[in-house]
Unconditional design. Structure first.
Length: 586
């Protein structure tokens, strides 16, 4: 490999571009008949620390880029840095015939002050053009998450996500804490994990074995690494005992749903109701093993907009037009509302809070809605504090996440040209802008309600979202990491898709199809090989389930909510008239 040479540098090294003359020999002219060109960057996580803002700047750390399979032409590599922690990526050193090393520098502690800071380094590689606008090498773009701790800031609480599993079924979880290292062992109540992957000093991925119902304290290195979170395993509720396709009636007439969440620990379903009298409310239905409660427990939440459970299940987080209200998920006792900060203390006219989604790092992402109002916040759940708002060209995105809380994805609607997908990473604590443009289906009630947001499988490997395409609207199935379209969900003749859900393993989707005289749930097979590809439909699976005559109305002011329980065996479909409990799911 001929020497790398830096050819451009901008934004104080926030953006660097360099060229690499490709290797002789190797893999066939950029991937002709041999191994496709590969691009690997390591490590993928860096951690810096300083005891106080008065300390010296921590020394730089290195990242290594390795290229294989490129035998001719020019290799373009582009580095982009976002976030306040990193100030420069430079000092290129050739370490071998196919590799080079760069140094990562962080800001002086006095510049940032006490706190936890993060950056994301995105490295893109291609053989097409200096901006890598064309095809990229396999493995590109690569991201490096950089964490920077200054002073003694209380860390986020230990966590496992998902924190609830199903009895007699193994599952994958993300474990968050501190002091992790390669080779750290994980056990669940004494049962060793069947697989572990070290990600960083604060993150491990693990697979727990089949376990009976119960609470399983998580032990790391046989207790040598302190850890306080536990995994809860529950039996699959026998919802069929309450009659298949049961209905739950509402205690009052409502206009529409403002949220739907299921608490597997207590077999409880939370419904956010809009337009009730005397005020908006949250209803809690419970299942006792044989039947659902005929009348739900009720708490008033004026101006309710959305709701979600914290990842550990200890708090029901609701947002109103202008504040966040924490509710105990069992007693329904409500805390004092917390109003998020706004720029200069002056709210933007027409703006309201729209969506709240909890991640697995102890934070919840809150976004605003309404015309010309683009703000978002991070809410630290344990200390009950907001960060100052971030602003961008997003006016009213929808927001969703996988059960493991690894990411929160925002998709904008109603703006041309389509905005790119935004992604909050729980690993880095940063909101990133992806390179994938996608427009959520626009129009009311999307401006002010989190309706048909992105839904994911348990691990976040697949995503479904309703989106806008030229001359038509569609519901797409996407790769949950790179957001490439894998295929579409299509409705039957004369019907449209009013809501959708995705199974925990990502192999099955469910659509609510509604048309004149038609109301049904259809299962869709996502495990077909090969995948259909962009614009092409996945095949239906089995006969649909007829929901007539109690079909919800679909209109601009009457959106429908639908979700699956954690085992993926029961669908909850909530409209403006009632809730259908479809079990077993088709």
């Amino acid at each position: 490999m001929s020497p790398m040479r830096t050819v451009a540098l901008a934004s104080c090294c926030a953006l660097a571009v360099w060229l690499v003359a490709a290797c002789s020999g190797g893999g066939g002219g950029g991937g002709g008949g041999g191994t496709p060109p590969q691009f690997v960057v390591s490590p993928t996580n860096l951690s810096f620390s300083a005891a106080s803002p008065n300390d010296a700047t921590p020394p730089s750390q290195a990242i290594t880029a390795t290229v294989n399979g490129v035998s001719s032409g020019t290799l373009f590599v582009r580095v982009v840095v976002t976030g306040p922690a990193v100030t420069a990526v430079d000092s290129l050193v050739i370490t071998g015939p196919t590799s080079g090393r760069l140094s990562v520098h962080v800001a002086a502690p006095a510049t940032l002050g006490t706190g936890s800071f993060a950056s994301v380094i995105t490295v893109t590689a291609c053989t097409t053009d200096i901006n890598c606008a064309g095809p990229q090498l396999t493995g590109s773009p690569a991201t490096i998450n950089v964490a920077y701790q200054i002073g003694n800031v209380p860390p986020p609480p230990d966590a496992v996500a998902p924190s609830v599993g199903t009895a007699n079924a193994q599952g994958d979880v993300v474990i968050r804490g501190h002091g992790f290292a390669p080779g750290t062992s994980v056990s669940f109540g004494g049962a060793l994990a069947t697989a572990t992957t070290f990600v960083s000093a604060t993150e491990i991925h693990a697979t727990y074995p089949m376990l009976a119902a119960g609470t399983y304290p998580i032990s790391l290195n046989n207790g040598a690494i302190p850890f306080a979170a536990s995994l809860q395993i529950v039996d699959t509720p026998a919802f069929a005992n309450a009659t298949p396709n049961a209905t739950l009636t509402y205690p009052a007439v409502i206009q529409s749903m403002r949220g739907l969440a299921y608490d597997a620990r207590h077999s409880a379903l939370f419904v956010g109701a809009n337009g009730t009298s005397p005020n908006n409310q949250v209803w809690r239905y419970t299942f006792n093993g044989t039947s659902w409660s005929a009348t739900p427990a009720i708490v008033q939440v004026g101006g309710l907009r959305d709701l979600t459970l914290s990842l550990d299940g200890t708090k029901l987080l609701t947002i109103t037009n202008s504040a966040l209200v924490e509710i105990d998920p069992v007693s329904l006792a409500a805390q004092v509302p917390i109003v998020p900060p706004v720029p200069n203390g002056v709210p933007v006219f027409g703006g309201i809070l729209k969506a709240i989604v909890a991640a697995n790092d102890g934070q919840a992402v809150v976004v605003s809605g309404g015309p010309n109002f683009g703000q978002r916040w991070l809410y630290a759940i344990a200390p009950r504090t907001f960060t100052p708002p971030g602003t961008d060209d997003y006016f009213h995105p929808v927001a969703g996440r996988p059960d493991n809380g690894s990411q929160v994805v925002l998709v904008q609607g109603g703006i041309a040209p389509p905005r790119t997908i935004r992604q909050y990473s729980a690993s880095s604590g940063l909101m990133n802008t992806t390179s994938v443009p996608l427009a959520h289906i626009p129009g009311t009630p999307i401006d002010d309600e989190n309706v048909n947001p992105p839904v994911f499988d348990r691990s976040g490997s697949r995503m479904i979202v309703a989106f806008d395409v030229p001359f038509a609207a569609g519901t797409g199935v996407f790769d949950g990491t790179n957001f490439n379209e894998l295929g579409r969900l299509s409705a039957g003749s004369g019907t449209s898709i009013g809501a959708y859900a995705l199974s925990p393993d990502g192999k099955r989707a469910y659509t609510l199809e509604i048309g004149t005289g038609v109301c049904r749930v259809q299962a869709v097979d996502l495990s077909v090989t090969p995948l259909p590809g962009p614009g092409l439909p996945f095949p239906p699976s089995g006969a649909p389930i007829d929901l007539m005559p109690d079909c919800p109305t679909i209109s601009a002011d009457k959106p429908v909510r639908m979700l699956l329980d954690p085992p993926g065996t029961t669908l909850f479909i909530a409209g403006e008239r009632l809730i259908r409990v479809v079990t077993p799911a088709p």
